[in-house]
Design a protein around this ligand. Sequence first.
Ligand SMILES: NC(=O)c1ccc[n+]([C@@H]2O[C@H](COP(=O)([O-])OP(=O)(O)OC[C@H]3O[C@@H](n4cnc5c(N)ncnc54)[C@H](OP(=O)(O)O)[C@@H]3O)[C@@H](O)[C@H]2O)c1
Length: 130
Amino acid sequence: MKKVLITGSSSGIGKATAELFLKNDVPVVGIARQHKKFIHKSKLYEPIEADLSLIESLPKLITTILQEHPDIDVFIGNAGYGDFQSIENFSANQIRNFLNLNLISHITLCRFIVSHMKYEKNGTIFFYWF
Ligand SMILES: NC(=O)c1ccc[n+]([C@@H]2O[C@H](COP(=O)([O-])OP(=O)(O)OC[C@H]3O[C@@H](n4cnc5c(N)ncnc54)[C@H](OP(=O)(O)O)[C@@H]3O)[C@@H](O)[C@H]2O)c1
C-alpha cells in the first residue's frame, strides 16, 4: 500500500480511517469541505478542500489529484450523509443533492480512479456509503 485517497476525511468514519493509516505511516490524501474539523500534524496527510456534490467539477479535481499523487493505490469512497425524513417531504433539489453526493460523485471519481489503477495494474477500492 503506497498512498490512500479518502473522501469525507474530516470527521466520523473517514477521519478515523485516515488516522489509522497515518498511525501506520501510510500517506493519506483526504477530501472534504471543512478540514478544520481534522487538523493533522502528520506530514503524510494532505487535505484537499472540495465539495463533492458539485459533479461538474469532479473530473478536473480527480485528474489533478492523480497527476500530483500517481502513487495512490487505495481509494476509500466515504463522503456522504443520511437524511431520514419522510420521502414525501423531500424537495427535488434535496433529492438531487443527496444522490449527487451519495451516489453520482462516487461513480464519477471511480471512472478516473479505475482507469488509473488499471494503467498501474494495481489498486483497491472500498465504499462506506449506504
Ligand atoms: N454512521 C452511520 O451510522 C452510517 C450508516 C450508514 C452509512 N453511513 C455512511 O458512511 C459514511 C460516513 O459516515 P459518518 O457517520 O462518518 O459521517 P460524518 O461524520 O457526517 O462524515 C461525513 C464526511 O463526508 C464529508 N462530506 C459531506 N458532504 C460532503 C461534500 N459535499 N463534499 C465533500 N465531503 C463531504 C464530511 O466532510 P465536510 O463536512 O467537511 O465536507 C465528512 O468528512 C457516509 O457516507 C454515511 O452516509 C454512515
